[in-house]
Design a protein around this ligand. Structure first.
Ligand code: MD3
Ligand code: FE
Length: 206
């Protein structure tokens, strides 16, 4: 079996955990982005983010001049976000169980699309109302170097390579760690071409 790597007290990389369902996940993704297209959000400071995003589930993450928040209506389409596909929800729940977080039920999936050169600066995920739930992330397409920092911005991050089918679960003491993604290196992935897509599952609402 592919390994489960502990990268923190309550953080794990589950190598190739998504492999068995990855084709189904890609099929659902293609349908989803027709309902809620990828967009480049503005930060509260007015900068355009380099990553493209969309969402599914009851709550979707949004950012504009008014701030970062979860919304139940997509501000672009003015419709509810697409429902979370069953294969997404099951994958997130099973990964959480494998990492020791039984009872995780995601109500939000943020979908990040990286093209060559796209990066994500060091930040913490702190827009959710309940930090006791873990976060589960699924990597698809081109590999990326993930930056895994500490609880303070100043601590220098470790670099972790995430590949197609890898799943990361983090919670508890590691829930508020700083993290980011290095600029995506160019390449071609046999299934997704010249891009990386990351699914991030969260409990955002109540
Ligand atoms: C956080 N996305 O959307 S998820 C985000 O690859 C985000 O798109 C990144 O950060 C992405 O907010 C990273 C993977 C991840 C893995 C381990 C973590 C995030 C983590 C450990 C602690 C905190
Ligand atoms: Fe994050």
């Amino acid at each position: 079996n592919p390994p489960i790597l502990a990268i923190g007290k309550q953080s794990f990389v589950l190598k190739q955990f998504a492999d068995a369902v990855v084709e189904e996940v890609i099929t659902e993704l293609r349908q989803l982005v027709k309902q809620a297209p990828f967009r480049q959000l503005q930060t509260p400071g007015g900068q355009q983010m380099s990553v493209q995003t969309t969402c599914c589930g009851s709550w979707g993450w949004h950012s504009d001049r008014k701030g970062y928040r979860y919304v139940d209506v997509d501000p672009v389409t003015q419709r509810a976000w697409p429902a979370m596909p069953v294969v997404f929800a099951k994958l997130a729940q099973q990964a959480a169980v494998a990492a020791g977080f039984a009872g995780f039920s995601a109500d939000s999936c943020l979908i990040n699309r990286y093209l060559p050169g796209t990066k994500m600066g060091l930040h913490r995920d702190q827009d959710e109302r309940d930090f006791s739930a873990p976060i589960v992330s699924v990597s698809l397409g081109l590999p990326a170097t993930f930056l895994w920092g500490g609880l303070e911005r100043k601590s220098s991050p470790q670099r972790i390579i995430l590949q197609h089918g890898d799943v990361v679960v983090w919670g508890g003491a590691d829930r508020l760690r700083y993290h980011g993604v290095m600029p995506l290196a160019d390449g071609h992935h046999p299934r997704l071409g010249r891009q990386r897509v990351n699914l991030t599952f969260r409990k955002a609402g109540d």
